[in-house]
Design a protein around this ligand. Structure first.
Ligand SMILES: [Zn+2]
Length: 430
């Protein structure tokens, strides 16, 4: 049915593709569309690009595979991935995660970070990611070694997966002389400036630190991605201060607010006002439903009924670009995870009531994620687009998201196949 075989080069694939991800330039007006929004099409590839798209009209030949663009992990922590064994947080609270994390950071080395992060990158690649934005604990003992290890990996894997690195520090650090020098170094490495803003907040000081960070980011041309309002108290406190600061400065770099969880606890009126303000200042939001569901709103021997989570639907309605990220994987912040975009979609579906057959249910994992990460190809499948695709066994979303679907990964027109792929690649020293 398809040209899928042991050859490395892909010439064509017959598969079901989400209607919303097929580019407007493709002539598919007459294509049949399933109730789950999937179209049977034949995608041809040449020289690493999609060379044509054809509709499959014969019902008896409908494919039993689903084709998607390779995914983007918008928010990860590669430096601490897979550290659960030595950094357990058995009571699952945010506070305990923080103290376990601090202890772990005292022991980190170039080799320990590199080993875990590389395992994460390999897994992410095989599971279907083409880019990862990772926050990096950049304060205190071991920060230098951690950056060195991740920059090494960024270079080593650059042909297969784009790695974006965000310097995660207390926001006041950016006001220090050392912080300014660090910002200059981050900019040189095309990194992003990060930070954490969690209540209770000293509001005037918070605004001062934020303004300073924004000025620095503008000066160095460094995009910003901060952890904000990852909490169940003081709903929207950090975002409210951030908006106040933005009234006094014009930004020339994008700002992303990761988590924004407590915003979901605001009253409908206040939430709508804040969402409109975020849209007005072009603030992006990354929702992290898994870690929020695990860490937040905890009360001993009580099942939480009210869940702090970014109000994805309301933000989208106001015009904010919203993506979903996986956040932590098997560390003190979340004991599970596998750097698997399909598993993330499965978990997010009931947690955030996101259905992939709706355009706005799929965008946070695909096109919106690419826009937010400023990645050139937004994942739309059309003639001329890179043949960077993920092929899953299954005839529906329900089937694909219900099991560990077997998959094949196409990178610039070549199937990712064990060591064969690397051997045939110019940088075959992996
Ligand atoms: Zn995070």
């Amino acid at each position: 049915m398809t040209s899928l075989n042991d050859e490395l080069n892909c010439t064509s694939i017959e598969a079901l593709v989400p209607r919303g991800l097929i580019g407007k330039t493709s002539d598919i007006v007459s294509a049949p569309v399933s109730e789950e929004g999937l179209c049977p099409i034949k995608v041809a590839c040449k020289n690493g690009l999609i060379s044509s798209i054809e509709i499959i009209k014969d019902k008896s030949k409908y494919p039993s595979q689903l084709l998607l663009p390779r995914f983007l992990e918008t928010h990860a922590h590669l430096d601490k991935a897979f550290t659960w064994a030595s950094a357990k947080n058995l009571n699952g609270t945010y506070q305990n995660a923080l103290s376990v994390n601090l202890k772990l950071n005292q022991k980190r080395t170039f080799n320990s970070v590199k080993f875990n992060a590389e395992r994460a990158i390999e897994l992410a690649l095989k599971n279907g990611y083409r880019a990862i934005r990772s926050h990096v604990d950049s304060f205190g003992i071991g920060s230098e070694e951690t950056w060195e290890a991740l920059l090494d990996l960024q270079h080593k894997w650059e042909d297969f997966i784009e790695l974006q690195l965000v310097a995660l520090v207390p926001i006041e650090y950016w006001t220090t002389g050392e912080g300014k020098l660090f910002a200059a170094r981050i900019a040189q490495k095309n990194g992003l400036m990060g930070g954490v803003l969690v209540p209770p907040l000293n509001k005037p000081l918070t605004r001062k630190y934020l303004l300073n960070m924004f000025i620095l980011a503008n000066d160095f041309g460094c995009p910003i991605d901060i952890h904000i309002d990852e909490s169940q108290i003081d709903p929207g406190a950090g975002l409210t201060q951030l908006i106040k600061v933005l009234k006094n400065i014009t930004m020339n770099v994008p700002i992303t607010c990761s988590h924004s969880s407590s915003m979901g606890l605001l009253s409908e009126r206040k939430l709508l006002h804040l969402a409109n303000e975020l849209a007005k200042y072009n603030i992006n939001v990354i929702a992290l439903p898994l870690t929020n569901a695990w860490l937040l709103g905890r009360k001993y021997a009580t099942t939480p009924i009210s869940r702090p989570i970014a109000p994805i639907h309301q933000l989208q309605k106001s015009g904010v670009t919203v993506a979903i990220g996986g956040d932590n994987v098997r560390d003190a912040w979340l004991p599970i995870g596998n750097f698997d975009p399909i598993s993330l979609m499965s978990f997010s579906m009931p947690l955030a009531q996101l259905a992939p057959w709706n355009r706005l249910g799929l965008a946070p994992f695909t096109t919106a994620a690419a826009k937010l990460m400023q990645i050139k190809w937004n994942g739309t499948i059309e003639k001329g687009a890179p043949a960077n695709l993920l092929l899953l066994e299954g005839t529906s979303w329900s089937e694909v998201l219900s099991r560990n679907a077997s998959r094949k990964i196409l990178i610039d027109g070549q199937w990712l196949k064990s060591n064969k792929f690397y051997e045939n690649n110019p940088k075959g020293n992996l």
